[in-house]
Design a protein around this ligand. Structure first.
Ligand code: MRU
Length: 354
């Protein structure tokens, strides 16, 4: 059996002048890295879900921008800034919902804009990408501490999707809180929704937790409400792909159903995300673009068709949904916690970010 932990699993690694990405589509059966020597490879890997999870795709895109700049310098010399535009656009298009990606690219673009035309921009942009990566690792640790402090000793926790080392640069967001709370003796049982259709819960979250020696019980997404009705769960702890200025939260499809059931059964809903996941330009969830992926992801399982073939059978496959702020009990960021988040609470977090 493969063993790993958040200290040894790296979803992304910069080596040999390029980005190595752990191919998450092949986990848990196989631990294989894909080498991305060019920005276009990174963009393709993000679209194809080789790397996924909002903070991780932001970090990957930042390294992609560094690759774009180096290549543009080699091809265009002092015209490198204009020369990297096409690669930057491809990175920007690679996935639409997680705002961390656009946030990281804007930061890379700003650094690039401040560089001289007559020198190789590669080293400075690599330094910027590494700073984004390191800040994510540090943010994970802070969120872990803030979030764990909200969990009563001996609680059951439910999580959805994968928000761990595979989805970030470090410990994870929601899974970082669960790991920290487990280490502090606050968590009695961890439940992970399987998370159809990509199975991030059963394939990735269970893999990470097992590697850390944290017992996990996987359930079908449709079982979450019944689980919460038993009273075994104190908190549902989830991540986010984009948080609007009013506190609405876009996250993996199924989060909204978890939130509704949590509220109905007196279970707290904790959203854990770095402030780079907040999009002040989205005034509410209605402004958040929701990615729709190929219907085959729903109609097939493991590459085999499970729905009847034929013209009358289609699919509806949005891969994120929006949970209204009113259903969220706490948003935990590296800048602190917004309880019962609203526009003022989100504004305070953004102000603290600076
Ligand atoms: O489609 P994915 O696997 O990229 O979706 C991931 C999620 O929805 C996560 O919950 C979110 O990105 C937070 S990861 C720390």
């Amino acid at each position: 059996m493969t063993t790993a932990s958040h200290d040894t699993v790296r979803a992304l690694e910069w080596r040999d002048g390029g980005l190595y990405l752990l191919d998450q589509r092949r986990l848990p059966a196989e631990v294989a890295y894909r080498f991305c020597p060019e920005a276009g490879d990174v963009a393709e890997a993000i679209t194809d879900m080789v790397v996924r999870g909002a903070p991780a795709i932001g970090v990957a895109a930042a390294y992609g921008a560094a690759l774009a700049a180096s290549a543009a310098w080699q091809r265009h010399g002092s015209g490198w800034y204009a020369g990297m535009a096409e690669d930057m656009a491809a990175l920007r298009r690679s996935r639409p919902t997680a705002v961390n990606l656009a946030w990281a690219l804007e930061r890379m673009q700003a650094r690039a804009a401040a560089l001289p035309a007559d020198a190789d921009p590669g080293p400075s942009l690599l330094e910027e990408a590494q700073a984004i990566h390191e800040a994510d690792v540090a943010a994970n640790r802070r969120m872990g501490r803030y979030g764990a402090g909200l969990i009563q000793p001996c609680s059951g926790v439910l999580t959805h999707c994968n928000t761990g080392s595979l989805a970030t640069g470090g410990l994870g967001t929601a899974l970082g809180v669960i790991r920290t709370a487990w280490a502090e003796g606050r968590v009695a049982r961890v439940f992970a929704d399987e998370t159809r259709p990509w199975l991030q819960g059963s394939r990735l979250t269970a893999w990470e937790l097992a590697a850390d020696g944290i017992p996990v019980e996987v359930l079908a997404d449709g079982a979450a409400a019944a689980l919460m009705a038993t009273g075994e769960v104190g908190w549902a702890v989830v991540g986010a792909d984009r948080i609007a200025a009013n506190g609405d939260v876009a996250n993996k499809i199924g989060t909204y159903a978890v939130a509704l059931a949590a509220r109905a059964h007196g279970v707290g809903l904790m959203v854990v995300a770095p402030t780079s996941t907040i999009d002040p330009a989205a005034s509410s969830g209605e402004d958040i673009p929701i990615e729709a992926r190929d219907g085959r992801e729903v109609l097939e399982l493991g590459g085999r068709r499970i729905a009847p073939a034929g013209e009358g059978v289609g699919a509806w496959n949005p891969v994120f949904d929006v949970t209204p702020a009113g259903l969220v009990d706490a948003i935990v960021t590296e800048q602190g916690v917004a309880h019962r988040p609203d526009a003022d609470g989100i504004a305070r977090l953004l102000e603290a970010r600076g």
